[in-house]
Design a protein around this ligand. Structure first.
Ligand SMILES: [Zn+2]
Length: 255
């Protein structure tokens, strides 16, 4: 059985890059889990360095992949730069690794042909620890610049498209035909639904004050305060329990 090791960058005490209200660790995890679901639907044995918001050392990520005997390793990150005009997608492999370069090209080409991005920064090489320490073809995708407002929008709103594009690239590299998105089920955590928008905004602001990143969505004529979408039910349940312990009436909604 083909094994793919997915590595969501950063996590836990290490948020990664920050920008436009987003944390790299959250985006990386969300996109990684979506990719994992699509690949599983193609009969692939998917392994992860993390499936929750925890810190994992770089060497441990590579060791896990090596121990699992994964066929390919793909790490998901977001870019950042002091100059907020920098934007676009780029994919890295380890210098001198021809199989890594082939994998990164397959992923980069697929992302570009998906049309999600207008800026193709190309494939590059870098001496990143996870690329250096893994012993299978490895690629690291810098999804977009979290520090650029247009890219941040993509990171926030086009995660499914990114996951499909990256999955297609990985499958192409493995010689497995893509057969669809796989009906990724999303488990969203909702803490309230209001008919008056200001009530939803007030609750969202209160939650922001407590370190959460809520969004207010409208559906069915109601303003709903949601706190993230998870492709793994247990992650949504964990957040619901945490919120309940703080006195919020949280529920999981399935979409
Ligand atoms: Zn990163």
């Amino acid at each position: 059985m083909t094994k793919v090791f997915l590595d969501a960058g950063h996590g836990g005490k290490d948020p990664g890059a920050l920008g436009n209200g987003l944390k790299e660790k959250d985006i990386a995890l969300s996109v990684t889990l979506k990719i994992g679901n699509i690949l599983k639907n193609h009969g692939i044995d998917v392994r992860y360095s993390r499936t929750t918001d925890v810190f994992v050392e770089l060497a441990d990520r590579a060791a896990k992949a090596n121990n699992a005997g994964a066929n390919v390793f793909v790490s998901i990150h977001c870019n950042s730069f002091d100059d907020s005009s920098a934007k676009g997608v780029e994919t890295y492999s380890y210098p001198g690794s021809t199989t890594g370069a082939k994998l990164s090209k397959a992923i980069q080409d697929s992302i570009i042909s998906s049309g999600v991005y207008t800026v193709n920064r190309g494939i590059k090489t870098a001496n990143f620890a996870v690329l250096r320490l893994t012993n299978m073809p490895a690629a690291l995708v810098e999804l977009a610049f979290i520090t650029n407002s247009q890219d941040a929008n993509i990171l926030k709103n086009r995660q499914d498209d990114l996951a499909v594009a990256i999955s297609k690239g990985i499958l192409n590299n493995l010689g497995i035909p893509y057969k669809g998105g796989g009906g990724t089920t999303l488990y969203k955590v909702q803490v309230g639904a209001f008919s008056v928008k200001s009530n939803a905004d007030n609750l969202a602001n209160e939650l922001k004050g407590k370190g959460y990143s809520p969004i207010v969505v409208t559906s069915g004529g109601l303003y709903k305060v949601q706190l993230g979408a998870f492709s793994v039910r247990a992650n949504a349940d964990a957040l619901v329990n945490e919120l309940k312990s703080k006195g919020y009436d949280a529920i999981v909604v399935i979409e």
